[in-house]
Design a protein around this ligand. Structure first.
Ligand code: NAD
Length: 354
């Protein structure tokens, strides 16, 4: 995408979105956020609110006239709004599916109408059960039955990608697709049940760390500031037009090893407890052994490298868990299992990185 001055960030009050907004404002851009505050929070945008070039509009990406009006004001769109997280998808499975397909179509269509370039957020869930080592952007998708809720999220995101690609090829829309792998860091919604903040909270509280399944499943984690740095590089790079990029960390670790590492780094006396998938997520849960991104394409185009090591990602999560325990962060802030979430939330529809 070429240099743009005014961005519409859908889902900008969320975890990744709010960090992106901070980055765009710091780079001197103007930003309009459209967010229905379902999993996002206005508090995530506290520092953004102090900028004259910032505006938060509370509303839905399903509201076509509103999306049209806001897109007209902007010259680029970053579409991050999505129904994500266990609670939302269990309570409103159909609405969530519709948000993730119709909402994206509405935003893409408006971007095309107003000549805006668009970045569409996708996910490593796209690759499904493909566990064949480092996954390049052209790797196969291996999915289970559409009746398993997990694959409906993957399918919706795949439809989003297809839409973006077809608008690019047939209608000339400038599009870039980014597939996030296991992004972690401050302001993360508790709805995910993400494994790093959950382990950190358990270790800091002296509770057992619950490892789902065998613990041999392997994952990579990337700090949100590194993920946002990648996004910012792609936003300014015309060669990203029409392309898809993985964004993820490079240090692979099994979930069992991660638990031990969190305990060691926290200096905690917690034990590790294994919970069968069936108990954690209900019957029929399917998982992948390994989820490792190949980020060669992103690196070669932009020179991006993650700056935070896994040790630093874990240390940051422990520090945040301590702040939350000590009441320095409100109990219902993102990253805290507040707002009615159980201590170990079940995740039949898992976002990346359980
Ligand atoms: P998030 O839940 O913090 O952000 C999503 C935002 O979208 C929230 O602020 C929510 O309020 C908003 N939203 C939901 N429905 C909306 C609607 N109908 N209209 C307007 N706003 C709406 O989650 P996140 O982790 O920041 O995710 C951002 C994007 O990245 C999502 O598209 C998600 O699928 C994708 N992603 C994230 C990860 C990760 O590891 N965090 C991994 C893969 C993909």
């Amino acid at each position: 995408m070429n240099y743009c001055t005014t961005y519409l960030v859908t889902g900008g009050a969320g975890f990744i979105g709010s960090h992106l907004v901070d980055g765009l404002l710091a780079a001197g851009r103007r930003v309009v956020v459209l967010d229905n505050l379902s999993t996002g929070r206005a508090e995530n945008l506290a520092s953004a609110m102090e900028h004259s070039g910032f505006r938060l509009v509370q509303g839905s990406v399903l509201d076509a006239p509103l999306v049209d009006e806001l897109t007209r004001e902007c010259d680029a769109v970053v579409h991050l709004a999505a129904a994500v997280g266990v609670k939302l998808i269990i309570e409103q499975p159909l609405t969530s599916f519709i948000t993730n397909i119709r909402g994206t179509e509405t935003v893409i269509d408006a971007a095309h109408r107003h000549g805006c370039g668009i970045v569409v957020a996708s996910t490593s869930e796209i690759y499904g059960k493909n566990s064949h080592g480092a996954l390049g952007e052209m790797a196969d998708r291996i999915l289970g039955s559409p009746s398993v809720a997990r694959w409906s999220y993957s399918t919706a995101k795949a439809v989003d990608e297809v839409l973006a690609n077809l608008y690019h090829r047939e209608r000339g829309l400038k599009t870039t697709i980014v597939r996030f792998f296991n992004v972690v860091g401050p302001r993360q919604s508790p709805a995910y049940g993400m494994v790093v903040p959950r382990f950190a909270r358990q270790a800091v509280a002296g509770e057992s760390l619950t490892v789902h399944g065998t613990g041999r499943q392997r994952r990579c984690f990337v700090h949100v500031t590194d993920a946002v740095a990648a996004l910012l590089l792609l936003l300014d790079n015309p060669a990203a037009n029409g392309e898809t990029f993985n964004i993820g960390g490079e240090e692979e670790i099994s979930v069992g090893e991660l638990a031990e590492r969190v305990i060691a780094q926290a200096g905690s006396a917690s034990a590790v407890r294994h919970l069968p998938y069936g108990e954690a997520y209900g019957p029929g849960f399917e998982d992948m052994e390994r989820r490792l991104p190949d980020t060669t394409k992103l690196r070669e185009l932009t020179g991006w490298r993650p700056r935070h090591s896994l040790g630093e990602v874990v240390a940051a999560a422990i520090a945040e868990a301590r702040e939350q325990r000590d009441g320095m962060v409100p109990a219902d802030a993102p990253g805290v299992l507040g707002r009615g979430s159980p201590a170990t939330p079940p995740a039949p529809v898992a976002e990346d990185g359980r």
